[in-house]
Design a protein around this ligand. Sequence first.
Ligand code: DAH
Length: 341
Amino acid sequence: MDVPDLKKKFDSSFKKITHLSELESLEKEYLGGKGILKSLILNLKTLSLEEKQKKGSEINSLKVEIEEKLSQKRTDFETLEIEKKLGSPEDSSLPAVPLSLGRFHPITSILEEVIDLFRELGFHVARGPEIESDENNFGALNIPKDHPARDMHDTFYIKDDPEKKLLRTHTSPVQIRLMREEKPPFRMIAPGKVFRHEAIDSTHSSVFHQIEGLVVGENISFSDLKGTLEMANQKLFGASVRSRFRPSYFPFVEPGAEVDISCTLCKGPAPACPVCKGSGWIELLGAGMVHPNVFKAVHYDPKLWTGFAFGMGIERIAMIRYGIEDMRLFYENHLDFLSQF
Ligand code: DAH
C-alpha cells in the first residue's frame, strides 16, 4: 500500500476510537515494533536510492503525524478520566461560595456621615494640601512666630526645605486658602488628615483626621454657631444629647469655646463612668468666632464680615460613638476589629 492510502486508512480507524484501549491497539498496529510503518521501512531496502529517499521521507512525515494525533487523543482521554473522578466542576446543586464584601473603615464612615450632615445644612466641601506653608498653618491664623500657642502643636517640619514647609497640624489652614479664593458669604467644611509629632498611645496618634468648619457672612453670631453645633451633635449622637460651650483659647477665634456633649454612656454624672470619668460631659471639639486678625490676613474687612469656625477630630467622634478606648485599633487594620462595623 502506498503512503497516502495508508494515511487514509489510519484516519478512518482513528475517527472511530472511543476508548483508550482502542487507541493503544491502533498505536501498536501502526507504530509498534512489528507495526505497519516498521515493515514499510524494512521494505525500503528493495528500492532504488532515489525512491528510497522519496518514500522514506513520506513514511517519516506520516509517522510524525500519527504520533501527534495519538498523543493528543490520549490527553483527551486522560482529562475525561480525571473529570469523571472529580465529578462535574459545575455542580449547580452545591451551595454558593460566599462572597466576602469589603466595607468602609469606621473613620471613613464617620467622615462621610459628618460631611453629609453639614451638606444638608448648605455647607460645601473644600480641601487643602497636607504639606502646608508656615504662614497658612500658623501666621495667617493669628499664631505668629514664637507665639506660645505653637507649643500646642508639635509640628513636623520638612527637613532642609528653603520654604520651611510643614505637615499641617490641623485643618484650619483650609480656612485661609478658601478665604483667599472666595468672597463671602459661604459655608464650608474641610475634611482631611493632620499630623502631629506626638508619642503614640491610646488617645494620641501622629496622623489623624479632622473636619474644619467655617461660615462667613454678615451678622453671623455666636448663636448661629451654637445652633449649628447643637444640631450637628444631636444628629451624630442622638436627639437627647446636650451640648455645653466652655470658654477656651484658640488664637484664630475670639471668643473661643471648647464644646462638650453630655455623656453618651451614663447620660448624666455617674461617678464610676469610664467614658466621662464621672463628670457627665465629654470634650468634643473647638470652636469660636473668627478673629479679626484672621480676616485681616486674608484682606476681608472685619467691620463688614463676621463668621464662626469649628474643628473636630474624627477619631474622637468614632471612639465616642462606638465605645472604642484605644485609637491605635483604627490604624492596625485587624480584620476582626474592622469587620465589626
Ligand atoms: N485647629 C484646632 C486644633 O486642631 C481646632 C479648632 C479650634 C478649630 C477652634 C477651629 C476653632 O476652627 O475655631 O486644635
